[in-house]
Design a protein around this ligand. Structure first.
Ligand code: SF4
Length: 160
């Protein structure tokens, strides 16, 4: 099984109530290998919700307790993000998930790049909280921007 960010599957999970549908991923769903996950919803955040960014580091730093997640109005919602990441890990264990495809740049799902916490659209290298937790537990994470034919073949046994 492969966990996929819900918003990439056309589910209205984004902070603004929108989605980020990726047609190639949607076409793979009938094969029965996709588990949709949204860590922010699983952590108890409403949809829509205020935008959030990690301040003081990356998702790994949040898990280590040296960085925090704030809304654009300065509300500390770190606990919701950690709770969501732990719930996603639980889902991954239940469904024997072998890898995850997650939305790049999200403070939860970003796999290679996140925003720097200034809400100025400034990007930094690093993972979101959920991506960092899954990776630390041996579940490889890939962003939707890394979906090559080779990767799809490796994860799903087919390309589109
Ligand atoms: S937390 Fe992840 S799955 Fe949920 S809306 Fe944000 S990027 Fe998509």
């Amino acid at each position: 099984m492969i966990a996929v960010s819900s918003c990439l599957l056309g589910i209205k999970a984004k902070y603004d109530g929108g989605k980020n549908s990726v047609d190639r991923l949607l076409k793979l769903c009938p094969g029965g290998k996709v588990v949709p996950i949204c860590p922010e919803q699983l952590g108890g955040s409403p949809t829509p919700r205020p935008p959030a960014e990690i301040k003081g580091g990356t998702g790994l730093d949040v898990l280590r307790g040296t960085a925090k997640v704030y809304t654009d109005e300065g509300l500390d919602i770190t606990d919701l993000f950690i709770e969501g990441a732990q719930e996603v890990l639980k889902v991954c264990r239940i469904f024997d998930v072998k890898a995850a495809i997650l939305k790049e740049r999200s403070p939860s799902c970003g796999c290679n790049i996140i925003y720097d916490g200034t809400f100025q659209s400034m990007r930094i290298p690093g993972q979101g909280v959920t991506a960092a937790l899954l990776a630390s537990q041996g579940i490889p994470v890939y962003s939707e921007e890394e979906l090559t034919d080779e990767l799809l073949q490796k994860l799903f046994g087919q390309t589109l």
